[in-house]
Design a protein around this ligand. Structure first.
Ligand code: NI
Ligand code: MN
Length: 236
């Protein structure tokens, strides 16, 4: 595992991740708790959350953004259309941004980067356009640089993410069906030039059949480590 220099990463099942920096900045990405079959039962959520990052509008990434924003009085960072929708639903602190932009929060710079997917919110019986899907690069002042791709397949411009931000750890979906699977994720890890991959978005629902073991097989000989953790475990 890469040296996280005091930052911790806790995988909470599916694409839901808690990142905490050395100085205590506490960030949730793609909060999915109540209806998340992979959320670790009985897990004690952090006392404090400063910011919630949402990669796109699909329910399995946004479902708990509203209740958790309220509970923690946290700001929600998302692409313009998603942020505007959350605001219309009563989320008080939203930051709407777009691909290529960066937002500094305490010791973390969150940069929104592209993803190859779709994005929409279910709102009663309507489906609301959610703008472009996104990923986030988190550049922590004291290190490390992390990348959470959101839902995506591999795309060759992941090389740009490497050139521009040089993330050390990538959180990549590997389940397949709605996102890339292990084969594509292995190429993504190579394009990104990361040391470690934390596999996400697999096993939660029956169609998400890709496994970390398969990813490991595809990455054999590259020196890129697949981090094997159970939901609720923390990497330090
Ligand atoms: Ni999605
Ligand atoms: Mn998803």
């Amino acid at each position: 595992m890469s040296n996280l220099k005091g930052t911790s990463i806790t995988w909470l099942g599916h694409s839901f991740v808690h990142v905490q920096t050395q100085v205590g900045t506490s960030i949730l990405i793609d909060p999915f708790m109540e209806q998340n079959p992979a959320f670790p039962k009985g897990y004690a959520m952090p006392d404090k959350v400063d910011a919630i990052l949402v990669t796109h509008g699909h329910f399995d990434h946004i479902a708990d953004a509203m209740p958790l924003a309220k509970k923690y009085d946290a700001m929600v960072v998302a692409i313009f259309e998603v942020a505007a929708w959350l605001e219309s639903k009563g989320v008080e602190k939203t930051v709407g941004m777009n691909i290529g932009g960066s937002f500094r929060f305490k010791d973390v710079v969150a940069t929104m980067v592209e993803a190859r997917h779709s994005s929409a919110m279910n709102d009663g019986d309507k489906v609301i356009y959610g703008g472009e899907p996104a990923g986030f690069v988190l550049t922590v002042d004291s290190g490390p640089t992390l990348y959470h791709s959101g839902d995506t397949t591999v795309f060759s411009d992941m090389k740009l993410i490497h050139y521009l931000y040089a993330p050390e750890v990538a959180m990549l979906p590997i389940g397949g069906h709605y996102t890339m699977g292990p084969k594509e994720a292995a190429l993504a890890a190579n394009y990104l030039g990361v040391n470690s991959v934390l596999p996400i978005h697999y096993g939660t629902f029956p169609p998400l059949t890709g496994t970390p073991k398969q990813l490991e097989t595809y990455l054999k000989g590259t020196g890129i480590e697949v981090v094997m953790v159970n939901a609720g475990e923390t990497l330090r």
